[in-house]
Design a protein around this ligand. Structure first.
Ligand SMILES: Cc1cc2nc3c(=O)[nH]c(=O)nc-3n(C[C@H](O)[C@H](O)[C@H](O)COP(=O)(O)OP(=O)(O)OC[C@H]3O[C@@H](n4cnc5c(N)ncnc54)[C@H](O)[C@@H]3O)c2cc1C
Length: 323
């Protein structure tokens, strides 16, 4: 019961989530501990950018890829929405997989079996997030860095209620309790998170305010007086997640993390087109920051033809990052 209380981390309740993926996540916490990026999670992305630039890479921001051009079953180039064409023998996509296969490459380049397998895959649910700045003394209020609250003891019920649009569970995260540099003295940041079903609302722009209010009421019942100490509040709905990530229906973890869709059962890192690879939460091994980081390592090995991971690290060290 207590072990399974962290089920929202993988977006599925105990009855549905892959036990192996769940157990490896939990063992990570038990053996290595849980880590927090000082300065906020963006620091993690920043460090990847630094590494890529040090290795001679170039990053294009706000540059949508419209097409991945293929000829004779081999990747040729990438077309940006700006019209720029970038020649490439290897393309690694971490964009939404259906978008990559159907729109960027084109269904006609993939075997029928591959397409029908994609059709059968189930997408994970999305997330509704409320971002708050408050001048409430959260240390005195007894708040924790991260706490999970549930209406029901049965997690399947909480999950099903969440899919119906109820706020039946929620996590309350207070990053400033660990990292006080994130807010001015005497103020705190709070992030309220709940799983949400993209299809539950016809128009999230209209539904957003009501959903945010429900989340805030729930949080106020756990943190006394929160509502009267709000300096700033904003929310991100499943439509927001879709808009910023272009993941289908704001899917938070790519394909749902069921036993049939994780690890070796997820879509392989190498596509059936020469030079096309996948990284991220739509491919092996699975979703979440750890899973997608690992998929990046796996895919790098495949591109370089290295069977063992230590060969990759040795190569990185010997070339000073320049591959
Ligand atoms: C609100 C929220 C909270 C989460 N919290 C956690 C957590 O606490 N811990 C955890 O482990 N996981 C968490 N997850 C899940 C985790 O964030 C994802 O599994 C992970 O970030 C996926 O990484 P990715 O690289 O596969 O894809 P993404 O992070 O979705 O990145 C895909 C990128 O591709 C870009 N893109 C898409 N299409 C195109 C295109 N055509 N051209 C150019 N660029 C394109 C997008 O803009 C985006 O930047 C959370 C997810 C959400 C939504």
């Amino acid at each position: 019961m207590h072990f399974s209380a962290l089920w929202p981390y993988l977006g599925l309740p105990p009855e549905k989530v892959s036990f192996v993926y769940w157990a490896s996540m939990l063992m990570g916490y038990v053996s290595d501990g849980a880590y927090y990026c000082r300065g906020g999670f963006h620091k993690f992305a920043d460090s990847l950018v630094t590494g890529l630039k040090q290795a001679g890479g170039e990053i294009y921001f706000k540059s949508k890829v419209s097409k991945i051009n293929v000829c004779d079953n081999r990747v040729q180039s990438v077309l940006l929405a700006s019209g720029q064409v970038i020649q490439a023998e290897t393309v690694i996509s971490n964009a939404d997989m259906l978008q990559t296969v159907h729109d960027m490459v084109g269904k006609e380049y993939f075997p029928k079996r591959y397409l029908s397998r994609l059709q059968r895959m189930q997408t994970s649910c999305s997330i509704f997030v409320v971002y708050i700045a408050t001048d409430l003394d959260l240390v005195q209020a007894g708040a924790h860095h991260e706490a999970f609250y549930y209406h029901e003891l049965n997690h399947e019920v909480n999950y099903n209620n969440a899919l119906q649009g109820e706020v039946s569970w929620m996590s309350v995260t207070v990053p400033t309790l660990l990292d006080d540099g994130l807010a001015p003295k005497g103020e705190h940041l709070i992030v309220l998170t709940a799983l949400a079903n993209y299809d539950q609302a016809e128009n999230w722009q209209q539904a957003k305010a009501d959903y945010m209010k429900k989340m805030l009421d729930f949080a106020d019942s756990k943190i006394n007086n929160l509502k009267s100490h709000i300096l700033f509040i904003e929310a991100g709905s499943p439509a927001t997640m879709q808009r910023y990530t272009l993941n289908n229906k704001g899917a938070a973890y790519g394909w749902a993390m069921t036993p049939e869709q994780v690890g070796a059962s997820r879509i392989a890192n190498k596509a059936p087109i020469e030079g096309l690879y996948f990284a991220g939460h739509w491919t092996m091994p699975g979703g979440g920051v750890y899973g997608v980081s690992y998929s990046g390592v796996q895919t790098a090995q495949k591109v370089l033809g290295l069977t063992r991971q230590d060969e990759l690290w040795a190569l990185c060290a010997s070339t000073d990052g320049e591959l």
